[in-house]
Design a protein around this ligand. Structure first.
Ligand code: MCA
Length: 501
């Protein structure tokens, strides 16, 4: 059997492949057969451009429907899909291109010049609402392509995640990882061809690209393909949908939108939240307003989805439910011994969903796995010992210094290094401060060099020029010194307390 994820997608195309797949508000309706034909043309075009099995195709584009055909085309041709957040700027892109050495880079027309300079060894092609250069190349190609025969452990995608060292790591995801997780989710969340998924997430992260898209494709469902999350537009689109997936910020913004009512949700059977903790207050306010209990689940780039509250049965606020079928989760103490329910420990995962390692970082990969093959998530949690959601997994924090802002991970180390390199800065500490919209807001605390005056605005402006905006601190506090403990370590907990107040 061909383990290529595309073969699995193809086997689930609804009866009558002329069924709609993507409904683009104010744009075209893209049917399953059109999407698959375009993926074949793109696969042919990529091979004609010199791509060979295992080559990386880096993609930094807006959410045009053709990007989905590009993703499927890469799978079909045995290429490794490497999606990049559109917010990434020059320095970030340079690192990814240098590390991954893509054969082809697909980008927005407006960044073609920059990308072509940074990825000088790659073929650089644009993708836009009309298809762009990749679309032009595809146009001359046949609408059929023999999907390559892949092994379960062949790479399907690389997704970069930032690291505590400040250096991003490429998580290598195999066809088995993606296929097993997608199959588990379709089952767990009861997806059918009658579903219409409101898709307002970006398609360069696990949540929007794999969790959402795979659930729809593997059940022959349709997607309302929204270019981005806009609360008012989402409220208008909701009555036509049956499922929505989002980060907690989506739900907080829906609650802040006066036109959002229970009536708008009348056709919805499931709201799913993930990528960041959903506050119990948001869960409760949403239930009161809409009559719906949001289903919270837990996952990571390296593992896909790990645990989920149940479709049928109690959804307990503040928990992420039970491990998905086929996935093992344990909570262990520092010695690696499983903790009793109600005792906090490190969360470890094992299963077909767990990634193949970090791209070209064997050392780093070894560090993140235990001797008996469990992946250390870096999250802390406990099995709920009684009351609501007894036996469910509850996340209580992270062992790594990381911030989650609007569902995006930000590593303080990376931002601190950049701030420390700015003129007049002696040192800095970057923390996450509770924020009603983003969950946590990136916040910097900065000390100036003696005799230098620095300003919040200067630091923000300098960072805006260098890195993706979601990583740039929303606030910068200038202080005389950072609080340190007896060992000389900056006491970030004190800073968090001070600036949350
Ligand atoms: C945009 N900005 C942000 C963020 N997004 N700042 C902090 N955190 C963010 N997440 C910046 C913008 O660049 C802008 O800056 C300013 O904040 C306000 O922009 P706004 O228009 O409000 O933002 P937006 O375009 O509406 O985006 C907010 C968003 C978006 C809708 C929450 O960030 C989003 O779609 N997040 C989802 C991310 C996601 O898919 N995560 C899944 C990762 P300026 O004014 O300076 O230009 S996968 C994952 O985590 C795992 C595997 C899992 O379990 O799912």
């Amino acid at each position: 059997m061909n383990a290529n994820l595309y073969a699995l997608v193809e086997s689930h195309v609804p009866d009558g492949p002329e069924q709609p797949c993507l409904l683009v508000p104010g744009g075209p309706v893209v049917h399953y057969d059109e999407l698959l034909d375009e993926s074949a043309r793109i696969a042919n075009a990529l091979v004609a451009a010199g791509c060979e099995r295992g080559d990386r195709v880096a993609v930094q584009t807006d959410k045009h429907w053709q990007v989905l055909a590009l993703y499927l085309g890469c799978l079909r041709a045995g290429l490794v899909y490497l999606p990049l957040n559109v917010g990434y700027q020059r320095a970030e892109l340079a690192y990814f291109f240098d590390d991954a050495k893509p054969r082809v880079v697909v980008c927005r027309p407006e960044t073609l010049g920059t990308v072509a300079t940074l990825a000088s060894d790659a073929t650089v092609l644009t993708l836009d609402a009309n298809g762009g250069e990749i679309g032009d190349r595809a146009r001359g190609q046949p609408a059929s392509f023999r999907t390559v025969n892949s092994q379960p452990d062949d790479l399907a995608a690389i997704l970069y995640t930032s690291g505590t060292t400040g250096r991003s790591k490429g998580a290598m995801l195999t066809h088995r990882n993606l296929a097993s997780n997608a199959t588990a989710l379709v089952e767990a969340w009861g997806f059918t061809c009658g579903d219409v998924l409101l898709h307002a997430l970006p398609v360069y992260h696990v949540h929007g690209l794999f969790v959402a898209v795979h659930c729809a494709l593997l059940s022959g469902a349709r997607m309302l393909w929204m270019p981005r999350f806009d609360a008012r537009e989402v409220v208008e689109a909701l009555p036509a949908a049956t499922v929505m997936m989002g980060v907690p910020t989506f739900y907080a913004r829906l609650l802040a939108e006066p036109s959002f009512t229970g009536d708008a949700c009348r056709g919805i059977r499931l709201f799913v939240s993930g990528s960041a903790p959903l506050l119990p207050e948001t869960f409760e306010a949403f239930r009161i307003r809409s009559g719906q209990a949001i289903l919270e689940r837990y996952g990571m780039t390296e593992t896909g989805m790990i645990a989920s509250n149940p479709l049928d049965g109690e959804r307990a606020a503040g928990t992420v439910g039970l491990p998905l079928p086929g996935i093992s989760v344990r909570v262990v103490d520092d010695a690696g011994t499983p903790c009793a329910p109600g005792t906090i420990g490190g969360i470890e995962v094992r299963g077909p969903n767990v990634f193949a390692g970090y791209w070209r970082m064997p050392e780093k990969t070894r560090e993140e796995f235990t001797a008996d093959g469990w992946f250390r998530t870096g999250d802390m949690g406990e099995w709920v010992s009684d009351g609501a959601g007894k036996g469910y997994l509850r996340l209580v924090g992270r062992s790594k210094d990381m911030i989650i802002s609007g569902g995006l991970n930000v590593y303080p180390k990376e931002i601190e290094e950049r701030i420390d390199a700015l003129p007049g800065v002696a040192e800095s500490a970057v923390i996450g401060v509770a924020d009603p919209d983003f969950g946590e807001a990136v916040t910097a605390v900065v000390v100036a060099r003696p005799g230098h005056a620095i300003e919040e605005r200067t630091i923000i402006d300098a960072l805006n020029d260098e890195i993706a905006r979601f990583k740039v601190p929303k606030r910068v506090h200038i202080v005389a010194e950072l609080p340190r403990n007896a060992m000389g370590k900056v006491q970030k907990n004190l800073l968090r307390e001070r600036y949350s107040a």
